[in-house]
Design a protein around this ligand. Sequence first.
Ligand code: ADP
Ligand code: MG
Length: 327
Amino acid sequence: MAEFDLIDLIRERCAIAREDVRVGIGDDAALLAIPHGQLLAVSTDSLVAGVHFPSQTKAYDIGWKALAVNLSDLAAMGATPAWATLALTLPNADARWVGEFADGFAALAREYKLALVGGDTTQGPLSITVTIHGFVRENAALLRGGARPGDAVFVTGTLGDAAAGLRCLDKNDGDATRLLASPPATREVLIERLNRPTPRVAQGLTLRGRASACIDVSDGLLADLGHICAASGVGAEIDVDELPSSPALLALFDAQARRALQLAGGDDYELCFTAAERAAATLQQDLARSGCAALRIGRIVAESGVRARDGAGNPVTLSRSGWEHFS
Ligand code: ADP
Ligand code: MG
């Protein structure tokens, strides 16, 4: 299939009409109308085969995840998604693969009325770059730099599932025999969290003007909360026994394995945020009503660094504090 047929295929599968798209796919650039009084929030994330997803991942899931990780960045800013561009590098022009990829992308795009307005298609090792655009009112965005000592630390949903899903797929995992003997449905729940993360867009909007700082957990809780702390000039204490666990994670991993997955595992795309004590209770109620509850997992302190403690108050340390490229 030729490049332009592939672009047509993507355009057809991802067609979503928006009045603010004056010119979309098909010209040299898209022309887009930003609502009056709003700031444009822009973010880019790339997925590289074998690095950000296992090579055998289905095309549909790759399309979903490529958009989900970008939606998650807008969620962490408290922005409303609007448009995206898609740079696709493909080893070959496989129409079936591209069609399934576009279906996965479009399934999530439709949920948020997000329009695909352009992109680029090239040949090479499989890699996908999405740039997402959204809106947020001036002074309403959730930034990393606003956490203050005494604030409570929260996380939405559950942690560690995606990293657990990756372990379930790894035939060389130290525990592979036991994991492969576990109920397939339980493993499938975790693998689904890895392949089809749910961006917490509604929760990000609920947090606007109420959370003091926010980030999405893509590289692991310790690493990402560390970014909030660095930007805010504060530190944090995490109660590891309070970290939210899914039933599937509890079923397959013991307390020690869970800790490593929850503190250092990446790819959950939950929101980690801080809020003043007096705002906490109503915020938690509103988040639960939005469809995804948030649990309190610790507190912000003046002394820099992120420290994890167990229920008895003993420090918990890990060999690596999250996934870092080039390390
Ligand atoms: P140009 O040569 O001017 O860069 P292209 O031939 O690369 O134009 O692309 C033609 C049109 O198709 C442009 O509007 C571009 O934004 C769009 N496009 C190309 N690849 C993709 C893609 N993977 N997804 C969405 N739109 C794409
Ligand atoms: Mg081009």
